[in-house]
Write a protein that binds this ligand. Structure first.
Ligand SMILES: [Fe+2]
Length: 341
């Protein structure tokens, strides 16, 4: 059994949650339609080259920034909140001490912002404050599509999940669940959290770092169905990639949708509450030969293989990439079983 890293419960600074993402997009108008009409995000600000969006519950200026590009669409950076401005200075000192380059930068609509890269090469930024906008939660007449409430988590593909998990656990992150393949005895996924639910950042073993998806919480399952209906009516029907379904490892109902540039968003119901010190990491055995969801098909091949590149980052391949079950394999095996009678 592979040893899991342990959490440092007295971290050098205080990250509070996964909070925002920055993507590039080739057709801002089309992306704007996708995120406002299907996902139901609110536009906080926009100019000719950038759109800043937030969920209907969010008071923060943005949880998603879209920047115009004429190149291949990328994820520029993932963002976390820290508790206070003082934590940014503590973070800078910590990274200086352990030899990680970290720089303060100016970012529109945000307070002081610290950039660094994690050991896998994922570009990260930390902020304590953003401009504020009104919560639109009770402005029901203005809600659209899924009416996405708030950014919940994101998932990054990395070649060494335990090495990256160790880095974040030194910063106070806890493992809620981990994916474990019994035969070879390897951990292939770690679900890490700082806030009181199971996820802030998730790592799965693949070539990386690559951005896999960002998750927005919705209020009810009906909101997921409404997102599908709106997507179908507005020409985004073929962007629905996986689900609706129920994750097999204690997780919520889900739907994965690709935006016009292929960036993937998950809509999900709120997760369970995890706070207490005696919540131990939950081992979730993975059988690569079967569907790991409670119902619905396994993820399609595109979900397993395709991801968004991070700008200017070298991708490394793990020693063993594994071969997770896909919907395509699952159905062809079922068909073969039926023929065999
Ligand atoms: Fe997710």
């Amino acid at each position: 059994m592979t040893e899991l890293p342990s959490t440092n419960f007295n971290p050098p600074f205080n990250i509070t949650r996964a909070s925002h993402l920055i993507f590039t997009a080739r057709d801002l108008k089309r992306s704007r339609d996708f995120y406002t009409e299907v996902m139901g995000l609110i536009v906080s600000d926009e100019d000719a080259d950038t759109i800043w969006l937030r969920g209907v519950e969010e008071i923060a200026h943005h949880s998603l920034t879209l920047k115009r590009t004429t190149d291949r669409p990328m994820c520029e950076r993932v963002g976390f909140r820290v508790f206070s401005d003082e934590d940014l200075d503590k973070a800078k000192s910590h990274f200086d001490r352990i030899g990680i380059k970290a720089d303060f930068v100016e970012v529109p609509h945000q307070g002081r912002t610290l950039h660094f890269s994690d050991p896998a090469g994922t570009p990260v930024e930390l902020v304590a404050t953003m401009e504020r906008r009104p919560r639109m939660y009770t402005k029901i007449h203005q809600h659209k599509g899924a009416g996405a409430l708030r950014m919940d988590h994101y998932q990054v593909l990395v070649p060494d999940v335990l090495a990256n998990a160790r880095f974040y656990m030194d910063l106070g992150f806890r493992i809620s669940d981990y994916l474990y393949v019994e035969g070879p005895g390897v951990v292939v996924g770690t679900f890490l959290h700082r806030k009181n639910n199971p996820w802030d950042i998730v790592f799965l073993t693949r070539s990386g770092p690559r951005f896999h998806h960002g998750g927005y919480v919705v209020e009810a399952f009906e909101d997921i169905v409404r997102a599908c209906d709106v997507a179908g009516n507005l020409g985004f029907g073929d962007r629905i990639e996986h689900g609706p379904g129920r994750h097999g490892h204690q997780h919520a109902y889900y739907l994965y949708v690709r935006d016009p540039d292929g960036h993937r968003t998950e809509l999900l119901l709120p997760g369970i509450q995890l706070i207490d010190i005696d919540e131990a990491p939950l081992k979730c055995p993975v059988d690569p030969k079967s569907n790991s969801n409670l119902w619905g098909l396994p993820a399609p091949r595109s979900w397993v293989e395709e991801a968004t590149s991070f700008a200017g980052v070298t991708v490394k391949t793990p020693p063993v990439e594994g071969s997770p079950m896909t919907a395509e394999k699952y159905l062809s095996e079922k068909k073969a079983e039926a023929v065999m009678g």
